[in-house]
Every structure is written in C-alpha cells, then in structure tokens.
Design a binder for this molecule. Sequence first.
Ligand SMILES: Cc1cc2nc3c(=O)[nH]c(=O)nc-3n(C[C@H](O)[C@H](O)[C@H](O)COP(=O)(O)O)c2cc1C
Length: 216
Amino acid sequence: MARMSDPAALRVSYEHGRLDDDGLPDAWPPLLQAWFATAAADPAVREPNAIQLATVDAAGRPAVRTVLAKAIDARGVVFYTNYDSAKARELAARPLASAVFAWLAHERQVRLTGPVAKVERAETEAYFASRPRGSQLGAWASPQSSVVASRAELDARYADAAARFGDREIPAPPGWGGFRLSPDAVEFWQGRPSRLHDRVRFRLADDGWVRERLAP
Ligand SMILES: Cc1cc2nc3c(=O)[nH]c(=O)nc-3n(C[C@H](O)[C@H](O)[C@H](O)COP(=O)(O)O)c2cc1C
C-alpha cells in the first residue's frame, strides 16, 4: 500500500518500551550509555551517534544542524567540526548548546543542554589520527560554512591538500577540532500509547543531579 502523503494522516502508536521509575539511575550517564548501546546494536538505526545540535548567535538567532557524537561519557558529548564554521562562531559568542539524539526506530529521544567548550588539543589530535585519510584531507580542504564558487573549487582544494601531504602523515588542521557539550540538563523520552509518553529529566542542582518526571 502506498504511504499517505498527507502528514496529518500519519499516525503511529508508540508501544516499544517504557521508562519506569524503578531501576532508574541517580544521574544520566548510565542511562544514555545504555540507550546508545541499544541504538548502536540495531541495524535499523542509521547513524546512531547523530545528534541535532542547536546553537544561537549573538543576536539570539537559532541554528540547528546534524553532527556526529564521537565520545559519549559522564563528561558529556564530543563532536568535531571546523573552528571557523558558523556553529563554532556562534559557540564562541554564546558557549551554550542543546542537542538531541532521535532514535525513532526505538521511539526514543534524548535531549542534552548545557555549556560547550573546546576539547583538549591532544584529544582532537588523537581522534583526527583515527580518521580515514580522505576525511583528514577533507578537513584541510573545506573552509566550512564559507561561500565557495563551485564544486570544482572544492575538488581543487582537496587535490591541493592531497598533493601537499603526499604520503606523509596528515596533522589535524589548526582550525579544526572537538567541542564537548557538558550538559546540565538531560531528558529521556520514551514513546507510549495514547501520547502519554514517559519523560524523565536529570538536571544539575547545587548538590548534584535531580531526577524528575515531566508530563508528556
Ligand atoms: C549525518 C550527518 C552528519 C554530520 N556530521 C557532521 C560532523 O560531525 N561535523 C560537522 O562539522 N558537520 C557535520 N555534518 C554537517 C553539518 O550538519 C553542517 O552542514 C555543517 O557542520 C555546517 O554547519 P554550520 O554552518 O552551522 O557550522 C553532518 C551532517 C549530516 C547530515
């Protein structure tokens, strides 16, 4: 049967899971790591480490884009990007972001909000060294978020970078590296029938993490 093209007619009842209070951890990291492991183990989830990252510029104008989380631990979530990109300039002006993992195959989302800071250079260099050579060259070739004249200009920049490094090891470009979003609020959402979804939020208070249930 053809899928309906009227978005108002699309309707799914969320019945895959539940988020009961029993057994929930006192802080968010173990739950995020468990949900991420479940997503990463399921071939139905494309790009399980993709997050949508929202920032605002100095004037308060928001922007959102997808990036890939490359570390997920109790300190937060790390992503890599160009330090002259629009997002990096926004983060320089306003070092706060909000990100969402949307694991729709599991009827789950996790939202993280909090301060963002560049990771240590050694962490960027270690990650960059693990990237495929083509991605390393791409980082040197692309002045991310700048206007370029044509696709041909980009391809020429890539060829220049390839010629410049030859067979040599490629260092991380100085204008490229990681940011860590260290959340002070993390919210887990599990879809439930009748739109009575489960939402559990962890927020950082003076004396540690507070866990509370939110109305859907
Ligand atoms: C699946 C996917 C993964 C992406 N991963 C990254 C990433 O890890 N880092 C990055 O800088 N851009 C990534 N992008 C591109 C960004 O969405 C965006 O186009 C780019 O970073 C420029 O954003 P900005 O102009 O807001 O700085 C990805 C896009 C998609 C669709």
